[in-house]
Design a protein around this ligand. Sequence first.
Ligand code: PLP
Length: 434
Amino acid sequence: MLYYSTNKKAPLATLEKAVVKGLAEDRGLYMPERIKPLSKDFFDNIEKMSFQEIAYTVADAFFGEDVEADALKKIVYDTLAFDCPVVPVTDNIYSLELFHGPTLAFKDVGARFMARLLQYFLKKEGYGSQVNVLVATSGDTGSAVANGFLGVDGIHVYVLYPKGKVSPIQECQFTTLGKNITAIEVDGVFDDCQALVKSAFMDAELNAHMKLTSANSINVARFLPQAFYYFNAYARMKEKGLASNLVMCVPSGNFGNICSALFGHQMGLPIKRFIAANNANDIFYNYLKTGEYNPQPSVATLANAMDVGDPSNFARVYDLYKGDHKTITALIGGATYKDDAIRQTMRECYAETGYVLDPHGACGYQALKDLLEPGEVGVFCETAHPAKFKEKVDDILSIDINIPQRLQEFMKGTKQSIDMSKDFEDFKAYLMGQ
Ligand SMILES: *Cc1c(COP(=O)(O)O)cnc(C)c1O
């Protein structure tokens, strides 16, 4: 299968090139040339299949032409070493809990898959040199990528994060790992970290010195595997006899997660409609209302992993439906919640149901409360474990939430990081010495 760029000005790429390069030469995002529909038989019997079996069927449709069956199966099974269960919260609202992986957020799925697929290509091609993944993070992405790639041969990960701007729980998840993971503490803000990474990708001398790639949701190997848990959620709802009028609601920032769900829909997944839940960063919500896409500087909110003012995967959503606003609004609804509304939702949900929402999931839950129609059943993604945002959640709900064991393990480790200025020449000199 070949991949084209959403900007349509770059040559078609193989899966290997799309994964190794991340972004196309014309700065567009790679899209598969074809999306293969899955069979009626698969959907008729899906509720009898396990998560891994379902995921392998989906993975085969995406990647089966380019990765040998046995290897792909192993990649899928190794990725899904944890469950993504669907849990009832009210009569007609269910939580798709995506936080049972190593760093307690949904990005674990894509990061683990990408690490294993990249390793597969490196082995196959016998790359003599190591591949270096550069990732800028405001917290969550860095931990998922670092843990996904931990101990993977032939790949070194550099996580750049802004000094003093990530929570202690987040910081320990990528600074205590050692091995092939290096944490770089940048004296600046998140945008400085991102600028350093972007400059590194454009620097000819550096690229001649070392092979560089990125691991954010622009990478097809990171965002497509997220479709696995939507198929599984459908299967588990079908098992309960609740799959005929399903609405899937996704708390969205860069729109990689919802985009993978939309790919699932194109493959025949019988979801009736989707809702993208935003925090105060309401660019997509406004696009739905007006047909105009107007990127804005991001504003800081309680749900900070969704603080995105120019969602990178919007280009993919737009491309998927040929830019047709009518088609997009018929299938995808929108909602936007400011911090006060997020706090109120968390309190109400906890008081009424006992379920502890994190600030991101709260946007999804509230969007279903507000937008579900009679006869519909809603599933929202709970994208992170509430303990990841312990200080905020404890404060809002006046509780003392337990920190899961695997998060406590991270907190016992010693922090190791490299101090860096926000000056590219310093960063470049450091990398040239590696
Ligand atoms: C990354 C993230 C999101 C946003 O996902 P996108 O794919 O960028 O839309 C939502 N919630 C949490 C907890 C995240 O880490």
